[in-house]
Ligand binder design. Structure first.
Ligand code: GAL
Length: 726
């Protein structure tokens, strides 16, 4: 029997082939590849400007506006990590709703006509809780993170495949007509590999192969991974990346994290990066032949809930980014970068078709010239002196170059842009008062045992008890003091000493607050040492140990401890020193208020709320409020408070800690670091974070429930609602 023919007399097999070929040629399906110069889209080399916007760090209602502002700022690509612990809160239970609606986010980027760089990781660092790993992963038997370990690799592969197949089934890779032109596996594993030996090396190789085997049809990158195996592209992260070259001559020069500022930690100052320095860094990278730049962050946003990593990463992840935490343009940063991007795009034909030639114009001055065979010419004139401006002559014309700057000449003649000359307006944002609250309070108890409390001999690591279901773990024990005890020695009561792996703790003796201690970003460990008023007979020692974000970076951070591991001792008794470490301790995970969900509308009526007196430790406060009219972004001014958490209509605004001031060597601007980048710091001696973003979309016009849990005694009457305006 002969093969079937179509009405046109063409074999069906041929017709199918023709259709496939047609489909492959439809402009919607882009073929993305790379060569030594650039990422190529449908065979065209592209200079791509990208910016990081992490979808869970804003609300879906904010996404379209953020993406549009990124587009207006001259971006081609939006880069985001994928946040595993948000998507798989318990093994096999996936969540892709609300702020974790990755598909919706990627589709919105597509709708705006931009591309996506999807950094699947699934290790992400990112100042995100546990670097993006779900805490349950730590308790998979036999696991060791980010090395040649069977259970880890199986879990990593499963999640990576889950994301890739989800993107595929939605048609989101460029090879399918979607916006995703690049993916990333792992994150900055190079530095870990150098200390991890052979198993680390084989893990990196495995990760690359595993990713490539998923056949996304678009290139994979590995950042800070000098040995990224082909075809994976190794890329640079840093304040400056003009020193960087990829590991093979046929790979393009890509910068996946151009740091626009830096993150804030509780207890640290607020970092800034002047836009002149950032623009200078980007121009230096492009003039060297770089063809992909991603701003980390373009919009930093907010670490809502308990998503902040650390420990001690603040709730604000503003990052001094071109779009501020609240979604407003940060000017002049946004505008100056937009102008830079326009200038770079004018040079694109020359940049993609020629290699730069360098020409000295003076001791500190240099030209980089891109001259293509077809006649395109673009030049970058640089002055590397950090303090002195220069006048140079190039092709017979004079150019004035401010210190530490680059001028861009898209036709090799006209300087259309200089990185140090900011034309965009300076428009500072203001916080203006928009309302106050009338509070009711409820006291959390220091002996709120319920069915979940349990008693064990000795002290246990905090995470192994809580699995991070709560920041809080109570450690309670009793001490018998004899009738003949001489409590005062030289006017001093006995001393209680507590050693903890971190991050903060509050001590109560017989229900009375005795002290608060906390570690810091550099060292989360802490020691409490205080004179405590004991009495003859039975005394209760309650320690509330508080986690403030789990580590997100460091060698095998999954093995680092949290909580009171001891020793815990009493000194200054008749008997001298008494070790409490190995006696019976009762454990209670979380607060009573948390168990009752009193931060939610339904749960808040489960307790009796009384009059609020303020300045009490361990106190819940609640108030109702109406949304101020208009669309200006809103925040809570928590300046009068100590430390705790905030909820609005049951949604967690995040941890607050204005009581932790920015101390230490701090302040001003300086050039420094390996590449002499310019960095500035503000807020020295002040609260690291005073304002907390309340997304408009979480509010109803009237009757919004605000709940605050205060740990050590702030004054809620000082809390106000503020509007952010430019
Ligand atoms: C990088 C890392 C990012 C982020 C950044 C600091 O090293 O890749 O995820 O942590 O540092 O903000």
């Amino acid at each position: 029997m002969g093969s079937k023919r179509t009405p046109l007399g063409v074999g069906y097999g041929v017709l199918v082939l023709l259709l496939v070929a047609l489909w492959a040629l439809t402009p919607a399906n882009a073929s993305v590849s790379y060569d030594r110069k650039a990422i190529t889209i449908n065979g065209q080399r592209r200079i791509l400007i990208s910016g990081s916007i992490h979808y869970p760090r804003s609300t879906p209602e904010m996404w379209p506006d953020l993406i549009q502002k990124a587009k207006d700022g001259g971006l081609d690509v939006i880069q985001t990590y994928v946040f595993w612990n948000g998507h798989e809160p318990s093994p096999g239970q996936y969540y892709f709703g609300d702020r974790y609606d990755l598909v919706r986010f990627v589709k919105l980027v597509k709708q705006a006509g931009l591309y996506v760089n999807l950094r699947i990781g699934p290790y992400v660092c990112a100042e995100w809780n546990f670097g993006g790993f779900p805490v349950w992963l730590k308790y998979v038997p036999g696991i060791s993170f980010r090395t040649d370990n069977g259970p880890f690799k199986a879990a990593m592969q499963k999640f990576t495949e889950k994301i890739v197949s989800m993107m595929k089934s939605e048609g989101l890779f460029a090879s399918q007509g979607g916006p995703i032109i690049l993916s990333q596996v792992e994150n900055e594993f190079g530095p870990m590999e150098s200390v991890g030996g052979a198993p680390a090396k084989s893990y990196a190789y495995w990760a690359a192969k595993m990713a490539v085997g998923l056949n996304t049809g678009v290139p994979w990158v590995m950042c800070k991974q000098d040995d990224a195996p082909d075809p994976v592209i190794n890329t640079c992260n840093g304040f400056y990346c003009d020193y960087f070259s990829p590991n093979a001559p046929y790979k393009p020069t890509m910068w996946t994290e151009a740091w626009t500022g830096w993150f804030t930690a509780f207890g640290g100052p607020v970092p800034h990066r002047p836009v002149e320095d950032l623009a200078f860094a980007v121009a230096r990278f492009i003039q060297k032949g770089g063809s992909f730049v991603n701003y980390y962050m373009y919009h930093g946003g907010t670490n809502f809930g308990r998503t902040a990593g650390g420990p001690f990463i603040a709730t604000s992840y503003d990052y001094d980014a071109p779009i501020d935490e609240y979604g407003l343009l940060r000017q002049p940063k946004w505008g100056h970068l937009r102008d830079l991007h326009k200038a770079i795009k004018l040079c694109e034909p020359a940049l993609v078709s020629a290699d730069p030639t360098e020409m000295a114009l003076g001791n500190y001055e240099k030209a980089h010239i891109f001259k293509s065979r077809s006649g395109a010419c673009a030049a970058f004139l640089a002055n590397y002196h950090p303090a002195t401006s220069a006048r140079v002559t190039f092709n017979g014309l004079h150019y004035d170059l401010p210190a530490w700057s680059i001028s861009i000449l898209p036709d090799c003649k006209t300087a259309v842009f200089n990185t140090a000359k900011v034309a965009a307006p300076t428009l500072p944002a203001k916080m203006t008062w928009a309302g106050k609250f009338s509070w009711k309070s409820y006291n959390e108890e220091t002996d709120a045992y319920d069915d979940n409390s349990f008693t064990k001999d000795g002290l246990y690591e905090q995470l192994s008890m809580t699995w991070d279901k709560s920041d809080y773990l109570w450690y309670t024990t009793y001490v018998e003091i004899g009738q003949n005890e001489q409590f005062l020695r030289n006017g001093q009561y006995p001393v209680l000493n507590i050693f903890s792996a971190g991050h903060a703790l509050h001590v109560f003796i017989n229900g009375q607050q005795a002290g608060t201690v906390y570690g810091g970003l550099d060292n989360p460990k802490l020691t409490y040492s205080g004179n405590v008023k004991l009495w003859a007979g039975k005394n209760k020692i309650s320690i509330l140990s508080v986690a403030v974000g789990l580590p997100n970076v460091g060698n095998h951070f999954e093995t680092w401890n949290t909580g009171v591991l001891g020793p815990v001792t009493l000194t200054g008794l008749n008997e001298g020193r008494r070790d409490l470490t190995w006696q019976k301790w009762t454990y209670q995970i979380g607060l009573r208020g948390e168990a009752l969900n009193i931060h939610s509308l339904s749960g808040s009526s489960s307790v009796e709320w009384g009059q609020a007196y303020g300045k009490q430790p361990l106190t819940w406060y609640k108030a109702f409020f109406n949304a101020p009219p208009g669309n200006d972004p809103l925040a809570l001014d928590m300046g009068s408070m100590g430390k705790g958490q905030i909820w609005v209509n049951g949604q967690s605004i995040g941890r607050y800690w204005p009581g932790y001031k920015a101390y230490g060597s701090c302040g001003g601007c300086s050039y420094g670091g390996t590449y002499n980048e310019k960095k500035c710091q503000t807020n020295c001696g002040e609260s690291s974070q005073r304002w907390y973003h309340v997304p408009r979309s979480w509010l109803n016009p009237t009757g919004n429930l605000l709940v605050v849990f205060e740990e050590y005694g702030g004054d809620p009457t000082g809390i106000s609602l503020v509007k952010r305006t430019i």
